[in-house]
Design a protein around this ligand. Structure first.
Ligand code: NDP
Length: 285
């Protein structure tokens, strides 16, 4: 039997509808969630992401600003802007679009964002809270992954989850979130031996390697939930995931397509984080 497709676009729209209702309630209290996106340089992919974020803000009635800075902006100028935004009461979320130009120290820039406004969830304070299980703003893509798994209607608790990839922005936080949901978690990476064998034990398989179509049916246990985080631009201009969708389709129980799976969830979770930050900053639970 063919795997059921997990439609990230649809789930994303449902969450945005829920957010709209919450925004109205906040607006009745005189609060408008505000998100600022800072883009340094002219990376074409980043431009697309930044435009989508601004559009999502508009759709949900958020206050939004986009700062487009030239590629030769100094780090001191960028830090000064962040400092200003940290103190701006209209702004509840600050996102600096990565990657930054080579002359900048990404870590220093992320560290400079007030953690209450760290809607990307990359600040060490947020990462630490995720690790110890305290309340924090969760990194958007990993949070989207968990949401999609939940939408299958299957419990995460007690399942064996295998995450392929250990980056700080996807693999590691996904693994921590799955652990928080009481899964038994195995993390694989480029040095893992017998990776196919390990992956085949997974009830839930999350793939974030940046290697197009790396995961074939040999990695997949029949009936498993397969979440493909990968976004790779192929030579023909089309997008492909890290999972070979067609090959895995008859083996998996559920699968996310690329595009239309995890991708749309990332911006939606960013919107959710901005709303959460607006509430927290204003002392609303
Ligand atoms: P990174 O390059 O930072 O990390 C890739 C990870 O995959 C590393 O841990 C690496 O292992 C591991 N890896 C690479 N090759 C193999 C292999 N052959 N076998 C096993 N593990 C391997 O990538 P990101 O985590 O930033 O991104 C992963 C993918 O997710 C990309 O396609 C990216 O475009 C996509 N992405 C999508 C987002 C979305 O919104 N949908 C958001 C963010 C990313 P090691 O540590 O040993 O090098």
């Amino acid at each position: 039997m063919s795997a059921q497709r997990i439609n990230g676009k649809e789930v994303s729209e449902q969450i945005r509808e829920d957010l709209k209702a919450e925004v109205e309630q906040l607006q009745a209290k005189g609060i408008q969630p505000g998100l600022v996106v800072v883009l340094v340089g002219e990376d074409p992919a980043s431009q697309v992401y930044v435009n989508s974020k601004a559009k999502a803000c508009e759709q949900l009635g958020y206050y939004s600003e986009v700062h487009r800075l030239p590629a030769d902006t100094t780090q001191a100028d960028l830090l000064a802007l962040i400092e200003k935004l940290n103190g701006d009461a209209k702004v509840h979320g600050i996102l600096v679009q990565l990657p930054l130009p080579k002359h900048m120290d990404e870590k220093a820039v992320i560290d400079a964002i007030a953690y209450e406004k760290d809607v990307d969830g990359f600040h060490p304070h947020s990462v630490g809270n995720l690790m110890i299980g305290d309340e924090s703003l969760l990194p958007c893509t990993p949070a989207g992954v968990i949401e999609l798994i939940k939408r299958t209607g299957h419990e995460i608790r007690g399942k064996h989850a295998v995450v392929i990839g250990r980056s700080n922005i996807v693999g590691k936080p996904v693994a921590m979130l799955l652990l928080r949901e009481d899964a038994t978690v195995t993390i694989c990476h480029s040095r893992t031996a017998n990776i196919e064998e390990i992956a085949r034990q997974a009830d839930i398989l999350v793939v974030a390697t940046g290697r197009p179509k790396m995961v074939t049916k040999n990695f997949v246990k029949p009936g498993a939930i397969v979440i493909d985080v990968g976004v790779n631009r192929m030579e023909n201009g089309k997008l492909a995931g890290d999972v070979d969708y067609d090959d895995v389709l008859e083996t998996a129980g559920y699968i996310t397509p690329v595009p239309g799976g995890v991708g749309p969830m990332t911006i939606t979770m960013l919107m959710k984080n901005t709303l959460k930050a607006a509430k927290q900053i204003n002392g609303i639970r």
